[in-house]
Every structure is written in structure tokens, then in C-alpha cells.
Ligand binder design. Structure first.
Ligand SMILES: *Cc1c(COP(=O)(O)O)cnc(C)c1O
Length: 405
């Protein structure tokens, strides 16, 4: 057996040598457009706090009230004695928001994916994932023990082939049963959109189930802001809607929305829900305040500020405009080490935009992932555009996955 210390040191060296070393950067203030790190002020263009709710007064006040009334910790799993009023209220609020019969919340989106896919499918079932699906969906599918197939990103013809293959598996062996298609609605590292209406049509044709992760769409799309499924008018055809409370909603936690039957089933079978302490009451209360806020006139105002900043940056960088605006703007660099150098250069100039590398994205597809927030000012966005233009990024790399028309 290798010696523990030298084994880990050698493996870390390998990661470092490949330009893939990850390190934490301490931030000494709340999430905001300008943060302080190592004594320096950096303009933050890397957060998923798209509407600036993470440090919003209404969310903080809701969290404080929940602490006063319900304490700092939940004490146990929801099924033991931790199903506190703030969790139940959050789920009622979320069900109204998503227009579904019921919702279930988890400590994170990651835990929601793991618990849900693991509960719904197992050996003898088949999961078909979009190639660019988030790590939590991939991990969940792997852990479930189901047979895994991947379809090319947003490629309906490829998905159709995989569904036809799955249908054949199901009919050729009575032990084979369920087929689950899994995708994101807004892709986290590319910012492009899944063709949800077409995906729904396809999975229905084959009698498969569909799970859509709205992590980067919740709070931003649709009249009620509940996500891209609402905007596409297909929420009710999707068996399992998932999302996080930690991005545009400004708090933390994950959710599943769907039928009462789905939620009752998950309460009984989702291991990351059953065997995990309930989230802090403050987190649940802040999330509920976030859900209310995005649907309010103040939320509409924040959303239009966000889209205005997006329009300004895309125009300044001469990027094309996709059919729907998005807060995630990836600038593809390719080489991992080069991406790290560019991120360091931007940090020297006062911009916080980490290099996103393998395994978050494919090897050779390293990028600067710029995200905008309603809290940014036009001046901050103009400064960013100037700095990015000076980097002279190769233009063909700028729009890696144009949205499907
Ligand atoms: C961030 C993210 C998650 C995980 O949500 P957390 O609440 O952060 O655990 C899931 N899916 C996608 C696409 C994400 O970007």
C-alpha cells in the first residue's frame, strides 16, 4: 500500500501539473458586486446570486426572525422531529410558485438530485442524460445503479436514438422497467437553453419520464419566474422539476416540485432527505422570502436590471444575442493553464472571474465564466468589458453552444 502522505502529495502534484489545482479564496464580506479578498477589493462577476438576493434585507430579516423563533439548528432529520414550521411554509410557498401539487426541500440542490434519482430508479432501469448535465445529476445517476446513457448536448436526434434503444431494452427483458431522461434547463457552464417543448414531446412519444434541473432558471424565467419550463409552457408535462434555493433565490437548499404522489414517495425513499439533518430554519425562511421577492414588483425591477446589464455586456463585447437573455456568459479559452493565467491577470486588475476547468467542463474547454447580477452597476459592467476586450480572446470561441432556434 502507498504511504498516505506521499500518495496524496503525488496526486496533488499531478493535478497541479495539469493546470487543474483548485484553491479556496477567502472572502471577507457578504456576497455583493464588490467583495474584499486578501485585503483587496474585487468586482465579483462569478456569483450565481443573479438578483442580488443573497445579501438582501428582506431575506436577512426573514432569517433573523426564524432564528429568534426557531433557533439556530433543526435538531434532527425532518422525519424525526425536525419538520419545523419554516420548512413546511417554504414548501407551501414553493408549490404555489411552481404551480405544482407539492414540493420537497433538501439541504442542497446536490442532495435533491442524489436523493431523487436514487429513489426513482435503480438496477434494471435506464437513465439518459444530456452530455453537459451537472455533476450532481451524473453522480446521482451513477449511484442509482441504473444503466447510464448520455445523449449529445441538446441533440434531439441523438436522444431519440437512445430512447429507441432503451425501449428495445425494456421490451426485450421483462426485468427492465423505467426510462428516465435528465437535463438542465439553463446549462450552468454554457448558459444555453434546453429545447424543453421538444424534449417533452419526445419523452412522451416513448413513454419515458423527464427530470429537469432548473438551478440556473428558477427565479428568472416565466411570468411567475418559476423557471424555463413555465416559460416554455410545459411544467405540467415534466414529471420531476428540480432546482436550488441557493442561486437566484438568494438562500440555500434544493427543491423537487411535482405531484403529491412524487413528494410522498420521496419522503419515504430519498436517502439524502431521510438520513440528513433538516436545514437550519433560517435558511428555509430566507428561501421562502426569496421566492416571494422574485414574484413581487421589486423582483421584476431587479430582473429588468439584470437583463439590462446583460445587454450592455453582450453589446460591448460584440456577442450575439440569444433568443432569451441569460446571466451566464462563458468566454472559452480552451487550454487550462492559459485560463488560469487569464483569471489571475483579471484578478490583478480587480475582477473576480475564476477559470472554470476540467472536471467542471470537458478537458480543453476551460473558460472564464462571467455571470452578471442585478446588483452590478452599468459602470462596473463597462469596466469589465474594457478589461475583457484587452485580453483579446479569440472570437470563434465565444459562442460554443448557440441556443437552439
Ligand atoms: C449549483 C447546481 C446544482 C446544485 O445546487 P446546490 O444547491 O448548489 O447544491 C445543481 N444543478 C445545477 C445545474 C447547478 O448549477
Amino acid at each position: 500500500m502507498p504511504d498516505f502522505t506521499s500518495d496524496l502529495a503525488a496526486r496533488l502534484d499531478q493535478i497541479r501539473g495539469a493546470g487543474l489545482l483548485r484553491q479556496l479564496r477567502r472572502i471577507d464580506v457578504a456576497q455583493a458586486p464588490a467583495v474584499i479578498s486578501r485585503g483587496r477589493t474585487l468586482l465579483n462577476f462569478s456569483s450565481n446570486d443573479y438578483l442580488g438576493l443573497a445579501n438582501h434585507d428582506e431575506l436577512k430579516q426573514a432569517a433573523r426572525r426564524a432564528i429568534e423563533e426557531f433557533g439556530a439548528g433543526a435538531g434532527s432529520s425532518r422525519l424525526i422531529c425536525g419538520s419545523l414550521a419554516p420548512h413546511e411554509e417554504l414548501e407551501t410557498t414553493l408549490a404555489q410558485f411552481k404551480h405544482t401539487e407539492a414540493t420537497l426541500t433538501f439541504s442542497t440542490g446536490y442532495a435533491a438530485a442524489l436523493g431523487t434519482i436514487g429513489a426513482l430508479v435503480g438496477t434494471h432501469d435506464i437513465v439518459i442524460l444530456d452530455k453537459l448535465s451537472h455533476a450532481c445529476l451524473v453522480d446521482a445517476a451513477r449511484l442509482s445503479g441504473a444503466t447510464l446513457r448520455v445523449f449529445a448536448h441538446n441533440d434531439l436526434a441523438d436522444l431519440e436514438q437512445k430512447l429507441a434503444w432503451a425501449q428495445q431494452q425494456v421490451s426485450s427483458d421483462p426485468k427492465n422497467r423505467r426510462v428516465l431522461v435528465v437535463t438542465e434547463s439553463v446549462f450552468s457552464m454554457d448558459g444555453d437553453l434546453a429545447p424543453l417543448a421538444e424534449l417533452v414531446e419526445l419523452k412522451q412519444r416513448f413513454g419515458a419520464w423527464l427530470m429537469v434541473d432548473e438551478a440556473h432558471a428558477t427565479g428568472l424565467y416565466g411570468l411567475n419566474r418559476s423557471g424555463l419550463a413555465e416559460a416554455a409552457g410545459v411544467s405540467h408535462e415534466i414529471e420531476i422539476q428540480m432546482g436550488t434555493l441557493g442561486k437566484a433565490l438568494g438562500a440555500s437548499g434544493g427543491y423537487i416540485a411535482g405531484s403529491r404522489l412524487l413528494i410522498d414517495f420521496l419522503i419515504n425513499k430519498a436517502r439524502s432527505f431521510i438520513f440528513s439533518t433538516a436545514p437550519a430554519p433560517a435558511a428555509a425562511a430566507a428561501a421562502a422570502a426569496g421566492v416571494r421577492l422574485v414574484q413581487s414588483p421589486a423582483g421584476t425591477q431587479l430582473l429588468s436590471q439584470l437583463w439590462a446589464r446583460v445587454t450592455e455586456l453582450r453589446a460591448a463585447l460584440d456577442l450575439d444575442f440569444p433568443p432569451l437573455p441569460g446571466a451566464i456568459i462563458p468566454l472559452i479559452v480552451g487550454d487550462e493553464t492559459r485560463a488560469v493565467e487569464l483569471a489571475a491577470k483579471l484578478a490583478e486588475q480587480g475582477f473576480l472571474i475564476p477559470a472554470i476547468r476540467y472536471p467542471t467542463v470537458a478537458r480543453g474547454k476551460a473558460r472564464l465564466r462571467v455571470t452578471l447580477s442585478a446588483a452590478h452597476t452599468p459602470g462596473q459592467v463597462a469596466d469589465l468589458a474594457t478589461a475583457l476586450t484587452a485580453l483579446n480572446l479569440p472570437s470563434p470561441n465565444r459562442n460554443p453552444n448557440p441556443a437552439p432556434s
